[in-house]
Design a protein around this ligand. Structure first.
Ligand code: BGC
Length: 789
């Protein structure tokens, strides 16, 4: 292993799915899991290719109920390439002796290399070396080079490459009762003697998909069609010591793509014009080198190596290629089928990172939300509310995609899913609009689409809040907070909880920010917005009042996660740990026991503590102050301790948030949680979930942990605020960022020394605010600063 490669030695069937997820190659337009090309989908392997935003909706019969689900579609498999010696069986690592096996993911060049030496049962062996890429510069292309070398005797090798339209969505065992057959009308054909094609469409969303494959080798190629597969065959005469090469080049388009006539024609045309493998690789390498320059992060040791892997997967899911697409942030990347490729609040952990490197990508992801604003307003209206109620899970058109039933694999029971009550997703969108605008300086967006979203989200919160005479405060009732274990009060007949502190405080933030923005808008624009949204005079006063009077419950001197949390029973944490070992999914354990997590003070993930993740201590204090409440350091520290002992970390986001806030609080346990966040996917900490897709929020979040968490970096009031905290295990690091038109700004921290370099340009100077001083850096300047002890 080097800092730029991830290597897997030996063939391990039990690890195959995890490796496939972690060796996925993608370019922000589509991604393909790192499955071996000679293997088909079975209990061990799961090849899958996903195009960003390509969804399809199907209805299935579950437990006697008709349930509808929308899935990110596993599109036809372009990867298949199998081989056998003449007269023998096809070779796979599950059926033939594997003498040597290695998979190497090259991060710098976005290349997956595999090397396998198969024993042929006589004195001969066949070495297969493959190089695979999903092109970063031309997002419609992928290529697979295969080199065959025989040792110990010669022979004839049969090679069969295919495009397979017979695939289904079957990557998540929990979903197997659901219909996964998303493709229909599969047709295949020949374009030129060495190029075959496949086209099909999705069953209900009617997205047409076109794929073409060109096979280049020293021997003649024949094509055989058999729907749903089209196959290219060749025979290679192998002699010891001579390597024969087969290059498969593939193009992929869908009817969602701009600037094409039809996807099949586009695919055939593109693959016909594609250069050979070496030239493709050279352009691909250049594109990756550019990405690494724009997002360079330099952290020593193992942490640095993992962060680079995380950055690699973030960029493969959301790259500059994504900037032209109508897609959101898929929680599990384009790496697998968990959560059906849906878009949750996870962008809250992703955009703050992207804002400072690829603002054009953040902007596109916010456009995805803006295009679905009307849908969110309709959802609010249908629920008897004003404003915009964004869905907890979003897919193609922005309707609520949260499943109605979910399976507890421990009990085998299908249970009602109430997580759609996490209306706090709206505040996450508003927060991202604000953060993006501050980091990029894009007031054009903030004043137009951004303001429209903020206004409707604020309006929703103001309308959702009801006045309680007894408390003398506004309340938001019947919701879920980020801790989705608690979905109802014990013994309640309806789901939902009252006064989730995270929801209320973030709602107050949205309301006050929106008021601030409306006041700052140029008058003509404010008028347009008022006319367009029918904003009434009294509304702003009401928003102001709600933003100052939302209820934040407390008990035992700590902030309550929701009203009544402190009345719930205490869980016997050590007893459960002793009985079950891993208790991250406490909800499933308790349900299988015939109990419910709703009865206990036990949270899945950071909920109240999310406030310390989103807001600096000063900002949080002033938010509380606006609410007429006092948040002192002691209350906050007590609150941190309280939930630290009552959280099972059943989400990868939890370790990240805890690591972040403990590091900011200079607490010794910080590193343990940071490590949990760093190791979440590489060690598959959530027990087998990474094989179903990476956890994109946690991956991007760890990058942001260095970028904003450790540095205390904030972009507000037109300045770059820095307030670094020491984390002994990570005491020196550097990264570059793009801030308000200044490209390649470099920050380097070594213990108490901070170095900032602003490259020459005609951009505006940068105002840097440290706790004890301010400096203004002109483009072309560098500052070396000593931080206070
Ligand atoms: C977490 C949510 C998250 C979702 C998708 C769930 O396990 O509880 O906070 O949005 O996964 O990543």
């Amino acid at each position: 292993m080097t800092g730029w490669t991830w290597e897997y030695e030996g063939y391990e069937p039990t690890d195959a799915r995890l490796r496939e997820s972690l060796c996925t190659l993608g370019n922000g337009y589509f991604a393909t899991r790192g499955a071996l090309p000679e293997c088909v989908a079975d209990d061990i392997h799961y090849p899958g290719t996903y195009v960003a935003g390509c969804y399809n909706r199907l209805t299935s019969d579950v437990s006697g109920r008709q349930v509808e689900n929308e899935d990110l579609v596993n599109v036809p498999n372009w990867l298949p390439l199998r081989f056998r010696m003449h007269g023998r069986s096809w070779l796979t690592p599950d059926t033939a002796p594997v003498l040597e096996h290695r998979e190497i993911l090259h991060l710098s060049s976005g290349l997956l290399e595999r090397l396998t030496r198969y024993g042929l049962g006589d004195d001969r062996s066949l070495t297969v070396r493959q190089l695979r890429l999903v092109h970063m510069a031309d997002p419609h292309l992928a290529a697979l080079r295969t080199e065959f070398t025989v040792e110990g005797g010669s022979g004839e090798l049969h090679v069969e490459a295919a495009l397979d339209g017979g695939v289904t969505n079957a990557g998540v065992p929990r979903y197997r009762d659901l219909d996964g057959r998303h493709l229909t009308h599969v047709h295949t054909g020949t374009a030129t003697p060495d190029t075959t094609w496949l086209r099909c469409r999705t069953r209900t969303s009617d997205i047409r998909i076109g794929m073409a494959s060109r096979l280049t080798t020293e021997s003649p190629v024949t094509i055989r069609h058999a729907v749903p597969r089209t196959v290219q065959l060749t025979r290679l005469g192998l002699a010891p010591g001579r390597t024969a090469t087969v290059d498969k080049t593939v193009a992929l388009y869908t009817s969602r793509d701009p600037a094409i006539s039809d996807p099949l024609h586009a695919a055939v045309d593109r693959v016909g014009r594609a250069p050979g493998f070496d030239a493709l690789l050279a352009a691909h390498r250049t594109a990756w080198a550019q990405l690494w320059r724009r997002a360079s992060i330099d952290v020593p040791g193992e942490a640095g190596r993992i962060l680079r892997l995380h950055l690699f997967h973030v960029l493969q899911t959301l790259s500059p290629n994504t900037a032209d697409l109508d897609v959101g942030v898929p929680a599990r990347g384009l790496h697998g089928e968990a959560y059906r490729g849906h878009v949750f609040w996870d962008e809250l952990f992703v955009l703050p990172y992207l804002n400072l490197h690829f603002p054009e990508v953040s902007r596109a992801l916010l456009h995805y939300r803006h295009r679905r604003l009307e849908k969110a307003c309709t959802a609010a209206k249908d629920a008897g509310r004003r404003g915009a109620m964004y869905p907890w899970q979003s897919g193609s058109d922005g309707r609520e995609e949260t499943q109605q039933l979910h399976l507890n694999p421990r009990s085998g029971r299908w249970l009602p899913d109430h997580t759609h009550l996490q209306y706090h997703v709206g505040s996450a969108i508003a927060y991202n609009v604000w953060q993006y605008s501050e980091a990029s300086g894009d007031t054009e967006f903030l004043h137009t689409k951004g303001a429209e979203m903020l206004l409707q989200i604020a309006r929703f919160w103001a309308d959702a809040a009801t006045w309680d005479d007894h408390l003398g405060r506004h309340r938001i009732r019947g919701v879920l907070g980020p801790d989705e274990y608690h979905d109802a009060y014990p013994d309640a007949t309806t789901p939902g909880l009252d006064d989730n502190a995270y929801t209320n405080v973030t709602a107050a933030w949205v309301l006050s920010r929106t008021l601030e923005l409306l006041a700052a808008l140029p008058e003509p624009r404010r008028r347009e917005l008022t006319e367009r949204t029918g904003l009434e005079d009294g509304e702003l006063d009401q928003w102001d009042e709600v933003s100052r009077t939302l209820h934040v419950p407390c008990h035992e001197g700590v902030i309550s996660q929701f009203e009544g949390y402190g009345d719930l029973a205490e869980l016997d944490w050590s007893g459960y740990r002793k009985n079950y070992g891993d208790i991250r999914r406490l909800d499933r354990i308790l349900e299988a026991e015939g109990d419910t997590v709703n009865r206990y003070q036990a949270s899945k993930q950071a909920d109240v503590l999310m406030l310390g993740y989103l807001f600096s201590p000063g900002e949080l204090r002033s938010l509380f102050h606006r609410l007429g409440l006092r948040l002192d350091d002691d209350t906050w520290h007590r609150t941190v301790d309280y939930y630290l002992h009552r959280t099972s970390h059943g989400s990868t986001l939890s370790g990240l948030v805890h690591g972040w806030i403990l590091a900011r609080a200079r607490r010794a346990e910080a590193w343990q949680f940071c490590q949990e966040a760093l190791r979440g996917d590489i060690a598959d900490i959530q027990g087998g979930t990474t094989g179903e897709g990476i956890h994109l929020g946690a991956m991007a979040g760890t990058l942001d942990l260095v970028q904003r968490g450790l540095t205390g970096l904030e972009t507000r009031q037109g300045a770059l605020w820095l307030d670094p905290v020491p984390l002994p295990e990570l005491s020196s690091y550097g990264f570059s960022l793009r801030y308000q038109g200044n490209w390649g700004v470099r920050l380097r921290l070594r213990r108490r020394h901070l170095e900032i370099t602003v490259p020459s340009s005609d951009a505006d100077p940068i105002d840097v605010r440290l706790p004890d001083r301010s400096v203004r850096l002109q483009p072309g300047e560098m500052a070396r600063l000593m931080l206070p002890d």
